[in-house]
Design a protein around this ligand. Structure first.
Ligand code: GLN
Length: 268
């Protein structure tokens, strides 16, 4: 039922042409293409239009305007990093570490859509979650996503925000900071190039935010509390070393469901 649009996407080099074509079909018609008689002419015209946008390598998530993370539907669009399935293991790690902690205080730094903080809030009863974001464009999505979900959104720059935090006040700091290297920023997939550079660019060696967070945010975490960081798949050793050098203990790395190193966490 979707072959015409799937072919267009495949010819444009889209990596998951079949999946994307089905998602667009569902989005436009509200029906499952596998059990459907076909689109109306109006639906087909709309599918042509959205398929052309995807063929121009606009992220699928931006076209749909909504994407699920940890079972939570989130508003997404130009100006904010799309939540990725890779990040779920980061969220799950924090949730595990918080088991049994009553009303834990959690900070999600460089929150973007808020996916990590919202995931923690949903699965840790009583969690007090604050999401911090600097980009005005991303904040618009963040504010919408936290609405009615008991999470606070704050506009602030991670490079100064630690000064506002009381010492020993956090049970967990969780973050998916920008972590791409200058070389990686120069070779982005066409979709990723349409996402905000501010959410991706981790400085020349990709480690600028790990230096900041391991050094400046240690005071804010309570003794025994945790720092949970998403990392690029080649950064585990470097981030573990940075944490150790800044006095964090029990550093560990975990892989995502694609088998790549994806999360490094430490205890204070
Ligand atoms: N995982 C993202 C990518 O592959 C990078 C996200 C980030 O820098 N935090 O492009």
């Amino acid at each position: 039922m979707v072959s015409r649009w799937e072919d267009t996407l495949r010819q444009a080099g889209c990596p998951d042409a079949d999946f994307d074509a089905r998602e667009l079909y569902r989005f436009v018609t509200g029906r499952d293409p596998r059990f459907d008689d076909g689109p109306t002419p109006a639906e087909a015209a709309r599918l042509d239009e959205l398929t052309a946008r995807r063929a121009a390598r606009e992220p699928l998530q931006y076209i749909l305007g909504e994407w699920e993370f940890m079972g939570i539907p989130l508003t997404v669009g130009p100006g904010v990093l799309c939540p990725r399935p890779d990040s779920e293991v980061v969220c799950e790690t924090a949730i595990e570490l918080l088991a049994g902690v009553p009303s834990p205080a959690v900070l999600d730094l460089c929150a973007g859509t808020g996916c990590l903080g919202l995931g923690v809030c949903r699965f840790v009863p009583g969690a007090q979650v604050t999401c911090v974001e600097k980009s005005p464009a991303a904040l618009g999505y963040l504010r919408r996503n936290v609405q009615g979900r008991g999470v606070q959104a704050v506009e602030a720059d991670a490079f100064g925000y630690y000064r506002q935090l009381p010492a020993n006040s956090l049970d967990v700091l969780i973050s998916n900071p920008p972590y791409l290297t200058a070389a990686e920023m120069g070779a982005l997939m066409p979709e990723t190039a349409k996402e905000p550079a501010m959410a991706l660019d981790g400085g020349k060696d990709g480690l600028a935010f790990y230096r900041l967070i391991t050094e400046k945010y240690r005071d804010a975490v309570r003794p025994g509390g945790w720092l949970v960081l998403e990392i690029g798949c080649a950064q585990a050793a470097q981030v573990l070393a940075l944490g150790k050098a800044n006095g964090w203990r029990n550093g560990q790395c975990r892989k995502d469901y694609g088998g790549n190193d994806r999360v490094v966490f430490f205890q204070k």
